[in-house]
Structure formats: structure tokens, C-alpha cells
Write a protein that binds this ligand. Structure first.
Ligand code: NAG
Ligand code: NAG
Ligand code: NAG
Ligand code: NAG
Length: 217
């Protein structure tokens, strides 16, 4: 990774990351995932996206979400260009690039809806133009990023963040709240993300939203 970090520093790209941030949200959720990973799909489609929608969208006051497509990939610099090796093969690397570009080029709410669709169809990048079309999004914005160094640079940056995780990522999706990983959060988030968020708001003495109801652990 040393060479990768050097190139990104040379390009002035360390610290640039494509995240969906909501100023002032009380809980930050980071999800490190892969475009063709069944467990990532289940989490995003069954827990994360519905929870974001339940709370009123990506700009809600409670949960800020950061998507980091990369997962158990590796990055190498070969002849001055990035080469990635992904857990589910080259198609997954391409899918991860599309997601990284979507997060960088689209408004946050559109990027989240696009990722929800892409994970549901589970054939990124092949069906991604269909997702853009069905959501009324301009896929050219993604394509223009995809076909340049930018996509690889975004993915390499995600790689550095992923390889730097403490503890080391051993499962995908890797889920962290407020930059802290616990096995219990990883487990509960995949079964009842909304309930877990409500617990966390309680512990932070934040008045939980009505959507929490009596939902606690
Ligand atoms: C790197 O580029 C050189 C010169 O074009 C070429 O001979 C070599 O095979 C390339 N190496 C790899 C690993 O692609
Ligand atoms: C998210 O994806 C699911 C498919 O799993 C779909 O049923 C749902 O309509 C999507 N949500 C939105 C708001 O697009
Ligand atoms: C889609 O995005 C491209 C690139 O930004 C732009 O040139 C084009 O005009 C856009 N198309 C529409 C219909 O907005
Ligand atoms: C929440 O309130 C309790 C009781 O007032 C207090 O002991 C605790 O430190 C508070 N926690 C936070 C995170 O502010």
C-alpha cells in the first residue's frame, strides 16, 4: 500500500472521500461494503436504506451514513496505474467503481437511492444504467467518472481507508458507529438497524424520533 498512498498524496487526493454526510446528525454509520456481496446486499436493502427512508431521507437529524465500496479488495500500482483485485472478481471491481463515482457525482439522496437499486438488482455494473434510468438519474455523470483516472483514484482512496481500519476488517459489510467497531453492533445492525440506532440515541440522551416507538433492545 505504500506506493498507493504515495501516488494519492502526489495527486493531493488524501482526505478526499465520497461520503454522504449530514451535518449535525447524532450517529454516524460507516458501511464498508462490496457491490456483489450478498451480505452487503441484504444489509443495504433490508436494513440501511429502509431505515434512512423511515427517518425521512439522508438529511435526517439522527443518522449520517457513509458508504465505502471496496471491502476485501487489494490495490496495487502497476506501471503507474492502479490495479484492483476484488473478492467477487473483476465485475465487482467495476461495480465498486460505479458506486464510488455515484457517491462522488450525484447528490447524496440520489446516490443512496442508486446504491439501493444497484444492490437490489445485484448485477452491478451491468444493470446500473437501468437503475439510473428508473430513478431518473443522469448516468452520463457516472460514466464520465468511470472512464477516467478518477474512478480508480476514488477506489484506491477507499482502499486506504479500508486497509487502515482498526480492528482489521474481517467481514463485509463492515459496520461502524461513530468510527467505533464492535461485534455486537455488527450483529444487531444486520437484524434491526433502526432499533440499534434508537438505543444509541437513548445512550446519548438524544430524544429519539417518533419512528423509534418502543423499539429497543
Ligand atoms: C510495464 O510497462 C512496460 C513498458 O511498456 C512493459 O514492458 C511491462 O510489461 C509492463 N509491466 C506490466 C506488469 O504490465
Ligand atoms: C430499494 O430497493 C428495493 C429492492 O430491494 C425496492 O423494493 C425499493 O423500492 C427501493 N426503494 C426506493 C425508495 O427506491
Ligand atoms: C447528463 O450529464 C452530462 C454530464 O454532466 C451532461 O453533459 C448532460 O447534459 C446531462 N444530461 C441531461 C439530460 O441533463
Ligand atoms: C445521559 O444522562 C445521564 C443521566 O442524566 C448521565 O449520567 C449521562 O452521563 C448522560 N450521557 C451522555 C452521553 O451525555
Amino acid at each position: 500500500m505504500a506506493g498507493v498512498t504515495f501516488i494519492l498524496i502526489a495527486l493531493g487526493l488524501i482526505g478526499v472521500s465520497q461520503v454522504i454526510e449530514t451535518e449535525g446528525a447524532h450517529v454516524k454509520l460507516s458501511v464498508y461494503y462490496e457491490s456483489l456481496c450478498p451480505d452487503s446486499r441484504r444489509f443495504i436493502n433490508n436494513q440501511l436504506y429502509p431505515t434512512i427512508q423511515t427517518l425521512g431521507g439522508v438529511d435526517n437529524l439522527y443518522l449520517e451514513t457513509e458508504f465505502v465500496p471496496y471491502g476485501k479488495a487489494t490495490t496495487e500500482v502497476v506501471n503507474g496505474t492502479f490495479q484492483f483485485d476484488c473478492q467477487h472478481g473483476n465485475q465487482e471491481c467495476e461495480g465498486n467503481r460505479v458506486h464510488a463515482c455515484a457517491l462522488q457525482k450525484l447528490p447524496a439522496a440520489d446516490a443512496a437511492a442508486f446504491i439501493n437499486c444497484s444492490m437490489a438488482l445485484f448485477n452491478s455494473p451491468i444493470t446500473d444504467p437501468d437503475c439510473a434510468a428508473s430513478l431518473g438519474l443522469n448516468y452520463t455523470k457516472i460514466e464520465n467518472c468511470l472512464n477516467t483516472w478518477e474512478a480508480s483514484t476514488l477506489l484506491a482512496t477507499n482502499g486506504i481507508r479500508t486497509h487502515d481500519l482498526e480492528p482489521t476488517l474481517y467481514y463485509v459489510p463492515w459496520i461502524m458507529f461513530n468510527n467505533v467497531f464492535t461485534v455486537e453492533d455488527l450483529d444487531v445492525a444486520q437484524r434491526d438497524l433502526l432499533g440499534l440506532l434508537c438505543d444509541k440515541l437513548d445512550s446519548a440522551n438524544v430524544t429519539a424520533p417518533a419512528q423509534c416507538g418502543n423499539r429497543r433492545h
